[in-house]
Ligand binder design. Sequence first.
Ligand code: PLP
Length: 403
Amino acid sequence: MSASSKTGFSTKCVHGRKHTDKHDPHGRKPFGTVSTPIFMSSTFAFESVEHGAKIFAGESKDYTYTRIGNPTTAALESEVAFLEGAERGLALASGMAAVSHLTFHLVKPGEKFLYAKTLYGGTFAFFSHVCESHFKMKPIVIDATNLDEVAAAIDKDTKMLFIETPSNPTLALIDIAGCAEIARKHGVPLVVDNTFATPYLQNPIEFGADYVLHSLTKYLGGHGDLVGGLVVGSEENMARLHKDIYVDVGGCLSPFNAWLVLRGIRTLPARMDRHCKSAMEIAQFLSFHPKVEQVFYPGLRSNPDYHLAVKQMRNFGGMVSFLVKGGREAAAKMADNAKLWTLAVSLGDVDSLLSVPASTTHSTYSNEELRAAGIDPGLIRLSVGLEDVDDLIEDLRDALRTI
Ligand code: PLP
């Protein structure tokens, strides 16, 4: 119902003068909007008891409750699924919620799964600590850049193969098609975290992945103003994830954040083109700088993953990592003296961000695990933003001068 002028103040506050399609004050037709509306409603009214019962019996797909589904969130889910070449998506409250919900769905206590050694530190901590200690799963860390190692570790009892490419923070690439072929032979679902590349640069499903997930917090949102996550896959797999875990574990995304991401996606290609172009210039600048020891960027021809990047990516991305001469102390001095680059975690924003992963995002790794993953304590990770690239290079040059 909607409030009328005769109802009390409290009733007016609760029911208002609803501007839904049914209650448009001028009787105009619904859904003429060009921008997707934000449906900030936790619940959706049934037409009758019978209608409500039909939805809960699975005989109607009408909306009931935002934790189960919401029109704004659904618009985002179908948009990202469309961009990834998948059939359906499910949006979650964060990238980690996407990782954890999918893992809970695929792996049960006592079952084993494989995960790549170089991952976002939160994902690594979830797999190596939480899954084992709280859920009694058997996580096995592997070097997925080596397909022989993947083939040796996998068998029919493996419940998931999880990779991230390009990897955070070393930007090492993993051969998606190679992993998919091995996984398929054993009937094991391949999950690819595509956060660094975005669907604009890479579509893992094209190479045989079963599930692709994103931290929406990064390039898809693109403006550093939200946290969100999303998983895409086949209709059948996503329907099972929705029924088995999504609804009852309850990690849904806010419709407002879904709307922010929808807005972000409208400029994704333009932003990514700029991120990639500037990252390439910065990687080249750093690779010729006398105080820089090594640059990690798949777009440099000297990078061992260059040919794999050309095979599975449409461009090389906006992330660059590097080592300065003088180790961790010199890296900290350089990082503390950058002015235009904000010293902060996260990535994919309009603002350029600089971080030292070993002591922040990847502090979840032990020293031994850092060494095994190739993450030097002094590694500097850059998320190249949308500022003028000359200004960004100038600021790096000034900061490097201080060491
Ligand atoms: N995957 C990657 C590659 C990430 O870099 C991150 C966060 O930095 C995540 C997943 C987790 O996403 P969120 O912070 O949205 O939970």
